[in-house]
Design a protein around this ligand. Structure first.
Ligand SMILES: CC(C)(COP(=O)(O)OP(=O)(O)OC[C@H]1O[C@@H](n2cnc3c(N)ncnc32)[C@H](O)[C@@H]1OP(=O)(O)O)[C@@H](O)C(=O)NCCC(=O)NCCS
Length: 233
């Protein structure tokens, strides 16, 4: 595995949950995390959580040259896991369907979101509630399955942005506009002001879409899986 994370780098790691045995990973989790794992009702939710935490601890351990058990995670009031003794190392975790994705960077705060592209029963009301006028226009420019994909692209952009901020659930999502620009940046505007952020999206598999947002627009992103990596242009 690549364990150097230079100044401008964001490393995006992808794991397929069906290829990973969960039980051997439990020993990498703290007692609290193991207790949380036991509370999941559905085996697939438990698996995604255990794999996410175990891989996060292993990766942080490699980048920081520490044992996974020596990684002391803290959860902010907004719900974001952070490393209090290493605040310059930002990371974000997301899971959906058969994928767990993680992003790590020393170049500013990062947020990542992955979603399985699936039917949404109340799609139109979700679009009305969650998106700005501009975001809605972008979704409505497509029809049928393309519209569903446009919805999840917009969703992952906004969710990754919110996870970058770490504030947790937000009431007036339609007041926040996350508009993609041609140069792979995201122009964000809302009640808190405006910002231009780095934005990269990719498809972990045909029916999944993932977005990474970073506060540093000059970030250099590469995609890693156990055994290989490629730069994302
Ligand atoms: C919890 C939330 C951060 C994401 O939830 P989600 O999409 O169900 O789940 P994901 O798999 O993408 O992300 C979960 C991970 O995000 C991290 N996380 C949790 N709260 C977070 C926060 N406030 N900020 C950043 N990261 C957070 C955790 O690592 C968590 O994984 P863990 O529970 O295994 O430790 C939160 O934003 C949420 O519930 N959103 C609901 C959906 C929504 O309103 N989206 C708006 C987009 S239009």
């Amino acid at each position: 595995m690549t364990s150097r994370l230079d100044g401008r780098d964001a490393h995006l790691w992808q794991f397929e949950t069906t290829c990973i045995g969960v039980e051997p990973l439990l020993g990498l989790l703290t007692d609290d995390e193991q207790a949380r794992a036991e509370r999941f009702r559905r085996a697939e939710d438990r698996a995604r959580f255990v794999i996410g935490r175990a891989m996060l601890r292993q990766l942080l351990g490699r980048y920081l040259d520490r044992a996974p058990g020596d990684i002391h995670l803290h959860t902010t009031d907004g719900g974001k896991p952070v490393l209090p003794d290493m605040p310059q190392l930002s990371f974000s975790v997301s899971h959906s369907g058969g994928h767990v994705v993680l992003a790590l960077s020393r170049a500013g705060s990062v947020g990542i979101d992955v979603e399985r592209v699936r039917d949404v029963a109340d799609l139109d009301s979700m679009i009305g509630r969650c998106f700005s006028t501009r975001e809605r226009a972008l979704i409505d420019a497509s029809a049928g399955n393309e519209r569903l994909l446009a919805f999840f692209r917009a969703w992952t952009r906004k969710e990754a942005f919110l996870k970058m901020l770490g504030t947790g659930l937000v009431d007036a999502l339609d007041q926040i506009d996350c508009s993609p620009c041609a140069d792979r940046t995201l122009q964000v505007s809302g009640p808190q002001g405006c910002a231009r952020l780095a934005w990269h999206e990719y498809q972990p598999s045909l029916d999944h879409i993932a977005a990474l947002v970073c506060e540093n627009p000059d970030i250099r992103v590469s995609l890693h899986r156990p055994g290989w990596f490629v730069p994302l242009l």
